[in-house]
Design a protein around this ligand. Structure first.
Ligand SMILES: C[S@@+](CC[C@H](N)C(=O)[O-])C[C@H]1O[C@@H](n2cnc3c(N)ncnc32)[C@H](O)[C@@H]1O
Length: 216
C-alpha cells in the first residue's frame, strides 16, 4: 500500500481535530461533534446500493469517513464527485482521495455547484449535510435538484440524528418514497439512515377496467 492509500485508510486524531476546529468556527455548517463512525459510514454506503453506472455525488464529505466506506464497497474513485463547503476539508479530501473529484461549493445550489458535470449521469446522492439547520424549503429544493440530475432509478441517502425523517412528510407526499434504516447505536450520537426515491406514478385506475371492457 503506498503512503497516499495508507493515509486515506487511517482517519484518527487528526480528523477529529480538523472537525472540532470546523465545529467551533462554523457550527451551523458542521452540524456534528465528530466525524461519523464506521458503522454509520458503512450503512450510508450500503444504502447507496451498488450503483453500476453513473456518478455518485457525496454532499458534505467532511474528512471522508463515508467516502472511505464507499470505496470499501468497491466504488471506483473516478465515479465519485464530492461537494464540500469548507476549503480545508476540500484540500484534505483532494490529498486523500484523488482521482475522486472535489468541488468546493454550496450543496444547496446544485445547478450552479455541479454545472461542470456537463450532462454526466448521476445515479446516487449520499448526503451528510446537517439538513435540520436549514428551513424545509431548502431541503425541498435540494431533493428536487438532486432528482432532476438523477431521474428515475436515482437514490438520495441521508443520515440524521433526529427521530423523524429529515425531509418532512409534507415534502415527501405524492413525490418521494422514504425508507427508514435501523438505528445505529454504535455511532455517537446514535443516528439513522434514510433513503429517498422518486415515487412510482400511481397506476391509472381506468387501465384494468379498459382491459376488461376489451375482452367483452
Ligand atoms: C455532519 S458533517 C459530516 C461530515 C462527514 N461526512 C461525516 O460523516 O463525518 C457535515 C459536513 O457538511 C458540510 N457542509 C455543510 N453545509 C454545506 C453546504 N451548504 N455545502 C457543502 N457542504 C456543506 C460541512 O462542512 C461538513 O463537512
Amino acid at each position: 500500500m503506498n503512503d497516499q492509500n495508507r493515509n486515506a485508510r487511517r482517519p484518527g486524531l487528526r480528523d477529529s481535530a480538523h472537525f472540532l476546529k470546523s465545529l467551533l468556527s462554523t457550527p451551523h455548517l458542521t452540524g456534528a461533534v465528530a466525524p461519523s463512525g464506521r458503522a454509520l459510514a458503512r450503512a450510508m454506503a450500503a444504502a447507496a446500493g451498488p450503483p453500476e453506472h453513473g456518478l455518485v455525488v457525496e454532499l458534505g464529505p467532511g474528512t471522508g469517513p463515508v467516502t472511505r466506506a464507499l470505496f470499501d464497497r468497491g466504488l471506483d474513485p473516478r465515479r465519485l464527485m464530492m461537494v464540500e463547503y469548507n476549503p480545508q476539508f476540500c484540500s484534505l479530501l483532494e490529498e486523500r482521495f484523488a482521482p475522486a473529484r472535489v468541488v468546493q461549493g454550496d450543496a444547496y445550489d446544485l445547478p450552479r455547484t455541479l454545472a461542470g458535470l456537463a450532462g454526466e449521469r448521476v445515479s446516487a446522492f449520499v448526503s451528510s449535510l446537517p439538513l435540520l439547520t436549514r428551513p424545509p424549503g431548502d431541503r425541498d429544493k435540494l431533493l428536487g435538484d438532486a432528482f432532476a440530475l438523477m431521474g428515475e432509478g436515482g437514490v438520495f441517502v441521508q443520515f440524521t440524528y433526529g427521530l423523524v425523517s429529515p425531509i418532512p412528510r409534507a415534502i415527501l407526499e405524492g413525490r418521494y418514497s422514504a425508507h427508514r434504516g435501523r438505528p445505529i447505536l454504535a455511532n455517537l450520537p446514535p443516528a439513522r439512515v434514510w433513503t429517498y426515491r422518486l415515487e412510482a406514478p400511481a397506476p391509472d385506475p381506468a387501465a384494468p377496467r379498459r382491459r376488461r371492457e376489451d375482452r367483452l
